[in-house]
Design a protein around this ligand. Structure first.
Ligand code: NAD
Ligand code: FE2
Length: 387
């Protein structure tokens, strides 16, 4: 067995209405002036009110709410939320939302803890100590941000995503409450679910510290996602489907945050940064093409997944690996995800445009862990096949 390191810093609570125990859990980790970070869509759904009330009624907290987080949050939003938190003297954070909200909260935690400009801390392992207490409550089942040791924040001026990676970024506590996902529309359920599928597949085939711990998480997450994602997409109020996809997405999050991801994520980050496409949806389009590109390096591992998920009993690895790619395509089509970039509103790029995008993808940190090297020409090839 190869040497490895496996680490998961966040405590995880799962259960219907566990979100209402957030004040008790916050007391355990410290802080009394809580900055609640969320977005306006969630406030309008009515999901936020009982959680905010739980803090107010507890009697031990001063509560400040910041709800201006846009999808694919950016440096400017982090600055505004930090100013609000600093102005109110907030000493702990509760984030409730999708990956955009959770990543914003992680970045705000960096700024409130260390001061200065967010950009100073970008990259890997640039934080020296623990951040202020943070509880994260995901309302999408895809990103795994509630347990991951990274945050992605858009630099709108540069039209690219900045990565912040450190073990101190992971929230102290993740609360998985499936009831909070019943309002998530089918398209976002499908798209975020494919983000989780991509995490599990790229983590399983990563060049980095793959271990038996991450393998088990990836396989179990994929079993749950292939079974329950179509049900969660079709019947959003099916709490079993919400619970299983939510747990799966957190499992895939723990896996990928230990192993890194790959070329599919590198291309999704570049395309999302440039055209504002949804992260999970963009991954879903690139995934089969990225897998086909990686076949010669990762085919045996794809075959292992296909056999473990009982998609095939064929002992020929190439055939079994292709079965997995077909199953991914089938899953994405069955839940009505667009299958080409052009169907997601990505404009046709000229030669220089594709090359610029490929250059951005080639410097994205995700690409470091792809099972084989991807040249600019390779990345352009994947992009063109996905277009
Ligand atoms: N840090 C990580 O580990 C990590 C991993 C993957 C992706 N990401 C980042 O996460 C972001 C994407 O997050 P996402 O896919 O969760 O989408 P999102 O957070 O951008 O949310 C998409 C939309 O869904 C709405 N929404 C969320 N929950 C809802 C609910 N329960 N009911 C109704 N509407 C709801 C939001 O208001 C928003 O309009 C990207 O910025 C991506 O880069 C981070
Ligand atoms: Fe992702």
């Amino acid at each position: 067995m190869n040497p490895f390191m496996f680490h998961t810093p966040s405590r995880i609570y799962f259960g219907e209405e566990t979100s209402l125990t957030a004040p008790d859990l916050m007391r355990e980790i410290g802080g009394s002036k809580v900055l609640i970070i969320t977005d306006d869509v969630l406030v309008k759904t009515g999901l936020m009110a009982p959680i905010i009330d739980a803090f107010k009624n507890d009697g031990n907290f001063e509560v400040t709410v910041f709800s201006d987080v846009p999808p694919d949050s950016d440096v400017k939003c982090v600055g505004s939320a930090t100013a609000v938190g600093r102005g109110q003297g907030c000493d702990c954070i509760l984030s409730i939302g999708g990956g955009s909200v959770l990543d914003t909260a992680k970045a705000v935690a960096i700024c409130l803890t260390f001061g200065g400009n967010l950009e100073e801390y970008q990259g890997l392992n640039n934080l020296s100590t623990k951040l202020l207490p943070h509880i994260a409550i995901p309302t999408t089942s895809g990103t795994g941000s509630e347990v991951s040791m990274v945050a992605m924040i858009k630099d709108s001026a540069e039209r690219k995503k900045l990565l912040f990676g450190s073990r101190f970024i992971a929230p102290d506590t993740a609360i998985l409450d499936p009831k909070l996902l019943v309002t998530l529309p089918p398209k976002l359920t499908a798209a975020t679910g494919l983000d989780a599928v991509t995490h599990a597949i790229e983590a399983f085939t990563s060049l980095s510290t793959v271990s038996v711990f991450t393998d088990v998480l990836c396989i179990e997450a994929l079993k749950l996602l292939f079974k329950w994602l179509p049900i969660a997409t079709k019947s959003g109020d099916d709490l079993d489907a919400r619970a299983n996809t939510l747990v799966a997405s957190t499992m895939a999050g723990i896996a990928f945050t230990n192993t890194g991801v790959g070329v599919v994520h590198a291309l999704a980050h570049a395309t999302g940064g440039e055209f504002g496409t949804h992260h999970g949806m963009t991954n879903s389009v690139f995934l089969p093409h990225g897998m086909s590109f990686n076949m010669d390096a990762a085919g045996d591992r794809y075959a292992e997944i296909a056999r473990q998920l009982k998609f095939t009993e064929n002992s020929n690895n190439e055939i079994a690996a292709k079965t997995l790619i077909d199953k991914v395509e089938e899953l994405a089509s069955s839940i009505n995800l667009p299958r080409r970039l052009r169907d997601m509103g990505v404009p046709a790029l000229d030669g220089q445009g594709v090359e610029d995008l490929a250059n951005i993808a080639s410097t994205d940190p995700a690409i470091m862990f792809n099972p084989k090297e991807a040249t600019i020409e390779d990345i352009i090839g994947i992009y063109e096949r996905a277009y």
